[in-house]
Design a protein around this ligand. Structure first.
Ligand SMILES: N=c1c2ncn([C@@H]3O[C@H](COP(=O)(O)OP(=O)(O)OP(=O)(O)O)[C@@H](O)[C@H]3O)c2ncn1[C@@H]1O[C@H](COP(=O)(O)O)[C@@H](O)[C@H]1O
Length: 117
């Protein structure tokens, strides 16, 4: 009687990338002792870029090994570090989303042919 159904758990989606970007932006000027993101900023762009490369390699190694759970974890590391790199360099994620939107529906095969023509 009057019992409310528990709220359905919200399925995580790619929207978390926008929230995560807000969080990593907010870590600018934070204490590197208490924030890993702030620690990355303090080490500079080249170090952050290197971390993105390392995480990408770890992700592809798990893909080749066929370990999906490990690939998911390494992909999360990669996306986090890529967002930190965007924030560090002043790139707005909306610019990346726009690029993807512009390309939507255009086959990579057709796009390559148009560049050769
Ligand atoms: N998503 C992440 C996230 N993913 C991975 N990591 C950290 O990234 C690091 C990667 O591991 P490594 O072994 O490569 O790190 P490491 O050995 O310290 O690296 P190096 O010495 O090679 O530089 C680990 O310390 C992870 O905890 C993350 N740290 C933070 N976040 C998010 O960022 C938010 C803000 O975090 P803070 O800035 O720490 O408050 C958190 O609430 C999370 O939402």
């Amino acid at each position: 009687m009057g019992d409310k159904k528990p709220a359905a758990p919200v399925q995580p989606s790619a929207e978390i990338l926008d929230r995560l970007f807000v969080t990593v932006q907010a870590r600018k000027g934070a204490d590197p002792e208490s924030s890993y993101t702030a620690k990355l900023y303090s080490r500079g762009t080249a170090k952050i870029a290197q971390k993105v490369g390392e995480e990408a390699v770890e992700a592809i190694l798990e893909a080749v090994r066929g370990d999906k759970a490990a690939l998911a974890a390494e992909s999360a590391d990669l996306l986090y570090h890529l967002l930190v790199l965007w924030a560090d360099t002043g790139l707005d994620p909306a610019d990346v989303w726009s690029k993807l939107a512009q390309r939507e529906g255009t086959s990579g095969i057709d796009e390559k042919k148009s560049r050769k023509a």
